[in-house]
Design a protein around this ligand. Structure first.
Ligand SMILES: *Cc1c(COP(=O)(O)O)cnc(C)c1O
Length: 482
């Protein structure tokens, strides 16, 4: 019987070869595309049929549409002059891993449903731990994003606190104290979302002020926790950040852990972007104190050249995570498999993609030296860019350069914060609209700031120099009223 829809193996082989050729060309020449998509909202959708085809269509038609209809609506994260947000770029070994994952289509929900999925994940994450020079005793699992990893970590913290929210919920329980979570004012919004989703309530997320280098002020953390205890609240967790999103500042994890321990708080370290920098021997210090924490998250899909998506949650207390989430309906019961781990027990999702494969291939293809070399180079480029800004009249750096992100702006003397915000937003929009480079912004207090985030695997010195040229040209055009 031959039904329409799927390809024959030979058709697939031919189509896949040409798709791979296309990807290789695309990555070799991604600079021919504007980095940021220039389409208007709805423009892509308007070109697509509103209803599905009655009869199957040939693959060639779809590939044609990808190139001509969809590509204009792609912002090119793989473009070497992508400097917005934090880079996430795909290396060739990572892309191959992703392709093989789709081909195998293994589901690692239980150990027995693909032992290699579970065991390669354990091995790969243990390698990554060693690369970051952390001690042993960490249980790692891959999730889709840092947002999910942080949610799991705080779920484990809530479980360990012993209020049995798992069974009783949180509503209509007058005996429950307020459960408090602490992070710096520069923490990522994923902490807020986890607090929302866990029913803790945003009012119970305490934002601790930062110092002049955007690091959590540990003394104020201690004051906040002590005041909460005095008020009868329960301090649940502290979430310091290694590499904050706005400036890549690094919270004092060692001190935070010491304070948190006194109050029995779980410590979850958010190192989504910055953590992998510890692969560089001279940058290992950024994870000082993390070994004493309860959990931490790092995203290989950000600065480790692994295609979207791949976040890693490490925890010291896997038992708490398991108590928070494990359930065993009859249809998932398997014969005892020794100490085999069923990863479904450690989170929400049952089905599990074989994400470890691409990360394993990246780690093997680069080796510690290859990874360290790239990350070190990105930090060097950031320092060079910071130097250019620093020595150019009228421009200023707005935060210390700790890793590969530079915060800066044009700051002509005498301008108000409002004027500086308008001016720098206009410079950024002009640069981004030209399409040669793409950067983003943040606000540090009331100070509007541009961000140049270096982390794309294909970024070279010339791209950073191009960004600087584009910025100065845009600034000149705007200040001369063009
Ligand atoms: C990017 C980032 C996140 C969120 O990452 P997702 O994987 O997109 O959820 C959280 N925290 C920090 C510090 C980040 O840089």
């Amino acid at each position: 019987m031959s039904l329409t829809g799927d390809l024959s193996p030979d058709e697939f082989r031919a189509a896949a070869h040409s798709a791979v050729d296309w990807i290789a060309d695309y990555l070799e020449h991604s600079e021919r595309y504007p980095v940021r998509s220039a389409v208007a909202p709805g423009a892509i959708r308007a070109q697509l049929p509103a209803s599905p085809p009655q009869q199957g269509e040939p693959l060639a038609a779809m590939l044609h549409d990808v190139e001509h209809t969809l590509l204009p609506g792609i912002t090119h994260w793989n473009h070497p002059a992508f400097f917005a947000y934090f880079a996430n770029s795909a290396s060739y070994p990572g892309i191959l891993g992703e392709l093989l994952t789709a081909g195998l289509n293994a589901n690692g929900m239980l150990w027995i449903t693909s032992p290699a999925v579970t065991e390669l994940e354990a091995v790969t994450l243990d390698w990554l731990r060693q690369l970051m020079a952390l001690g042993d005793g960490w249980f790692g699992q891959i999730t889709d994003t840092a947002s999910m990893s942080t949610f799991y970590a705080l779920a484990a913290a809530r479980e360990r606190a012993g209020f049995d929210v798992r069974t009783k919920g949180m509503a209509a329980r007058p005996e429950l104290p307020r459960l408090r979570v602490y992070c710096s004012e520069h923490a990522h919004s994923s902490i807020d979302k986890a607090v929302i989703a866990l029913g803790l309530g945003l009012e119970n997320l305490v934002k601790i002020p930062a110092d002049d280098q955007f690091r959590m002020r540990a003394a104020l953390l201690e004051d906040a926790i002590a005041a909460d205890v005095a008020a009868g609240y329960h301090p649940l967790a502290v979430v310091p950040c290694v590499g904050t999103t706005s400036t890549t500042s690094i919270d004092p994890v060692t001190v935070v852990v010491r304070i948190a321990r006194r109050y029995g708080c779980w410590v979850h370290v958010d190192a989504a972007y910055g953590g992998v920098a510890a692969i560089v021997p001279e940058l290992q210090y950024i994870l000082d104190g993390v070994d004493a924490a309860d959990s931490f998250v790092v995203n290989p899909h950000k600065w480790l050249f692994t295609p979207m998506d791949c976040s890693v949650l490490y925890t010291r207390d896997a038992a708490a995570l398991k108590r928070a989430f494990a359930l065993l309906p009859e249809y998932l019961v398997t014969q005892t498999q020794g100490d085999a781990v069923n990863l479904m027990d450690y989170g929400i999702q049952l089905g599990r993609r074989f994400r470890a494969l691409k990360l394993w291939m990246v780690l093997r293809a680069f080796g510690q030296d290859g990874l360290a070399e790239r990350i070190r180079f990105h930090c060097e480029l950031a320092r060079e860019f910071a130097g250019m800004v620093h020595f150019e009249g009228g421009w200023e750096l707005t935060a210390p350069v700790t890793l590969s992100l530079v915060c800066f702006r044009l700051a002509p003397s005498g301008a108000t914060e409002q004027q500086l915000a308008t001016l720098n937003a206009a410079i950024m929009e002009r640069v981004n609209a030209r399409g040669h480079v793409y950067l983003s912004h943040t606000k540090l207090g009331d100070r509007y700031t541009l961000r140049l985030a270096i982390g794309n695997i294909r970024t070279d010195r010339q791209h950073v120099e191009l960004a600087w040229r584009e910025l100065r040209e845009a600034a000149a055009a705007i200040t001369q009223g063009e």
